[in-house]
Ligand binder design. Structure first.
Ligand SMILES: [Zn+2]
Length: 314
């Protein structure tokens, strides 16, 4: 069915292991049975099936074990995040509601999460899956480990960034470095600091990748290079954000896929090719602020406290 599949995993807090996911069908409910729900917004549809509390909004179908209220809270947060992510990366791009909706499965246990996404994702907090049928999106899905509110918040913004961007690049895959670089900018500042540390270690040990190598990667690099790949990718995206206006980065990636990176850099950022970008970027990380420069994640809404949630096993 799918022409190609994106399997994008959240980088783990200790450096980002990424492994292909083997999906476990049937982990989440497939159909809904409406139930009465107090205080539901007009656009929300609440239901319950086999112990899963399901809430549908314009663009999402959220399933959790905790309660209908928690599913609704996550669904509203998803809608707000989707708006913020689009506003940051795709300003001015016409929006239309997602069909199909994006399934968001908030697992209550690690075992349930791993059954859904595969044991290779043991070190991740979330996982996104987008499947295409031709140029149409056939499946949008985010699985969340849901071990802690902060993990839910950070992983959800990261994974939804992948899902939002997949729509924009439905005719050709978004390069991994750009996809992960943008998604990491939705991570919490604590996670971003770990990526910054990985980048600095890579620079000290001279194990960073050349820019020409990063942009030509068809997939993730070898596991031992994953930490520096994430750190470098988000750093390059962050640097380019400071070189232009909002929305120009996605325009640049699109141009690079059509005309090559050297020409796209000249056209969009007036930077004289990859070698010049590499020189400028290196100068920025060695003498600039000791953090990624971006407009995120402060731009992203913060989810309401989940501390009152009732958790049950899957
Ligand atoms: Zn990711």
């Amino acid at each position: 069915m799918s022409a190609w599949v994106i399997l994008a995993l959240a980088a783990s807090a200790i450096g980002g292991e990424v492994t292909a996911i083997a999906r476990a069908p049937g982990d989440a409910p497939a159909a809904t049975a409406p139930v009465a729900a107090a205080a539901a917004l007009p656009a929300e549809r609440h239901s319950e099936q086999a112990g899963w509390w399901i809430v549908e909004t314009a663009n999402f179908r959220v399933c959790s074990r905790a309660s209908s209220a928690e599913s609704a809270r996550i669904a509203r947060h998803c809608e707000a995040l989707r708006h913020s992510i689009r506003d940051l990366w795709l300003p001015g791009v016409v929006d239309s509601s997602w069909t199909p909706r994006c399934d968001v499965i908030a697992h209550s246990t690690e075992a349930g999460y791993l059954r859904a996404v595969g044991r290779g994702a043991a070190h991740t907090a979330g996982s996104a899956l987008v499947e295409f049928s031709g140029t149409a999106v056939a499946v949008r899905r985010v699985d969340l480990k849901h071990a802690a509110p902060e993990a839910l918040e950070s992983a959800l913004a990261h994974e939804l960034t992948h899902v939002v961007l997949a729509d924009r690049f439905r005719d050709r895959p978004l390069p991994r470095w750009a996809d992960e670089g943008m998604a990491v900018l939705a991570d919490s500042l604590a996670k971003q600091r770990l990526h910054w540390r990985d980048l600095q270690q890579g620079l000290r040990s001279r194990s960073t990748l050349r820019l020409a190598e990063i942009v030509s990667l068809a997939d993730y690099p070898a596991p031992q290079r994953m930490g520096v790949f994430y750190g470098q990718s988000v750093s390059i995206v962050s640097y380019l954000l400071t070189c232009g206006q909002r929305g120009q980065f996605v325009e640049f990636v699109d141009a690079a896929l059509s005309r090559g990176y050297d020409q796209a850099l000249r056209d969009v950022y007036q930077i004289d090719g990859l070698s010049e970008l590499e020189r400028r970027w290196l100068a920025s990380v060695t003498s600039g602020p000791a953090r990624f420069v971006s407009r995120t994640p402060a731009d992203f809404p913060v989810i309401e406290s989940l501390r009152t949630s009732t958790r049950t096993g899957t």
